[in-house]
Ligand binder design. Structure first.
Ligand SMILES: NC(=O)c1ccc[n+]([C@@H]2O[C@H](COP(=O)([O-])OP(=O)(O)OC[C@H]3O[C@@H](n4cnc5c(N)ncnc54)[C@H](O)[C@@H]3O)[C@@H](O)[C@H]2O)c1
Length: 459
């Protein structure tokens, strides 16, 4: 079949894979190819066990794979064939040299830019889908234009706003699609090409355009604002515990104010995921580079509160379990950084697990989708850890359960049965406030929610 356009996604991760699949699904007239330097990942995308878990993803991939969606190991040839190239490679926090622990590590992004320049034989529109520091598009253009040929490259910024766990829904029905371009004739033409692609399924009024730097910055700012809400309510959860108030009541009253809204107001053990912390730290780093120290300190506070919240959770466990965790068996329910994903990157569970092991507890980790990732995360740390699929088996003989991920499954378990199989006094630390605390208390548990009075038997 003759396809109307050849689109290429470089980077077959949480963004590249689902975004390409949705584009192929909505636009059967285009050929969509996904490549990655990680050959194993490509093989997994071509198998029945996809490398990532996202509700609805498998169904879309199954329908489109081999029709107009292809996962390929051949980067070179696919760069040659594509008219439009979406770049969705990882941009983690730098761990070395200048800006270590703050700035974005741009090595993967730059390698991709160099590959594109090396293999391109015709004009390309290159679309930044990764989250990048402001003015990275300029650097990309510089790399492209450093070749001698007369190939034209137009760089667009099209940051991805999907949230893991709801990626398919977000891609199918996005709040907005943002496209940043140069305001030149050629930049605006390239922008129209991308607008036309999205118009296949996104209403035109939700496709917004801007200059390229504002577009790059918008993604960092969106993540900073979301994380700031989490840290704001988490800071109040500490206050509620000290003052005997209930953070859910406060969040409800505050969230009903239409100027504030009720989203992202659930107190918990802290935010995780590959993006929030890295993007805020990047914003902080950029602010300092521009000499905006007060602004940098303000945003850094969001990350500091998140650290504080995770540590507070651990210290609460320690104090309420009689100041020693040595040899105590603790079941961690959930390891993914949020429900409905297999992703454990920067999950608060990693921090909590490390700290509990430092206190010489024994850990039993369970998660419906992220257990293999949890094993990989904990491999280097070592310690007394078991990974168990079945939550009922995981809690056997435990002194405590801590809920780390808001999987619906955990609110539906038979807690009478769980209580019977645990060591007494049995403790539950609900790091996501998803359980029925009064019911658990009536069963016999001592219950420790976040930002609410603990339900504890008199001693
Ligand atoms: N995960 C999210 O929810 C999310 C949401 C919005 C934006 N983002 C941004 O999107 C980008 C990608 O994130 P992700 O979560 O998909 O990362 P990821 O780590 O899941 O995937 C990135 C992929 O790029 C591949 N890659 C690296 N260098 C390459 C190269 N030179 N050529 C080909 N492939 C290469 C890696 O092997 C990996 O498979 C990041 O900038 C991130 O900040 C992520």
């Amino acid at each position: 079949m003759e396809f109307k356009k050849n689109l290429l996604f470089i980077g077959a991760g949480y963004v590249g894979g689902p975004s390409a699949a949705m584009m192929a699904y909505k636009c059967p007239q285009y050929r969509v190819v996904v490549v990655d330097i990680n050959q194993e990942r490509i093989a997994q995308w071509n198998s029945d066990k996809l490398p990532i878990y996202e509700p609805g993803l498998y169904e879309i991939v199954k329908e489109t794979r081999g029709r107009n969606l292809f996962f390929s190991k051949d980067i070179e040839d696919n760069i040659r064939c594509a008219e439009i190239i979406f770049v969705g490679v990882n941009t983690p926090t730098k761990t070395f040299g200048e800006g270590a622990g703050m700035a974005a590590d741009l090595q993967y992004w730059e390698k991709t830019a160099r590959h594109i320049r090396q293999y391109a034989q015709s004009d390309k529109i290159v679309v930044e889908k990764c989250t990048l520091p402001v003015k990275t598009a300029l650097a990309m253009e510089e790399i492209f234009n450093s070749s001698n040929g007369d190939i034209r490259f137009d760089v667009l910024s099209n940051p991805e706003f999907l949230a893991e766990g709801t990626a398919i829904k977000d891609l199918e029905n996005p709040d907005r699609v943002l496209i940043g371009s140069r305001q030149t004739a050629s930049g605006l033409r390239a922008r129209e090409v991308l607008v036309e692609i999205y118009e296949n399924w996104v209403p035109r009024e939700r496709i917004i355009t801007s200059d390229i730097w504002s577009s790059e910055l918008s993604k960092l700012v969106a993540n900073a604002f979301l994380a700031q809400r989490v840290s704001s309510i988490n800071s109040i959860s500490a206050f509620c515990e000290a003052a005997g108030a209930d953070v859910s009541e406060v969040a409800r009253a505050v969230g009903l104010d239409s100027r504030i809204g009720n989203k992202f107001l659930n107190a918990g053990v802290g935010f995780g995921g590959s993006c929030f912390q890295k993007d805020i730290l990047n914003l902080v780093y950029l602010c300092r580079c521009y000499g905006l120290y007060e602004v940098a300190d303000y945003w850094e506070g969001v990350v500091k509160i998140n650290e504080y919240q995770k540590e507070r959770f651990v210290l609460n466990m320690l104090r309420t379990m009689f100041n020693t965790l040595v040899g105590k068996k603790i079941c961690m329910m959930g390891f993914a950084f949020k429900a409905n994903t297999s992703d454990t990157r920067e999950s608060p569970a990693i921090y909590v697990a490390k700290r509990l092991l430092e206190e010489m507890a024994e850990l039993i980790i369970t998660d419906p989708e992220a257990l293999r990732s949890a094993e990989a995360d904990m491999k280097e740390i070592g310690g007394n850890i078991r990974f168990v699929d079945d939550p009922y088996e995981a809690v056997q003989g435990c002194h405590a359960v801590c809920v780390m991920t808001e999987w619906e499954l955990y609110s539906l378990l038979d807690y009478e049965r769980i209580y019977k199989s645990m060591d007494k006094p049995a403790m539950i630390y609900d790091g996501r406030n998803i359980l029925d605390h009064q019911k658990l208390f009536d069963i016999g548990f001592n219950v420790f929610p976040i930002g609410k009075p603990a339900l504890r038997r008199e001693r």
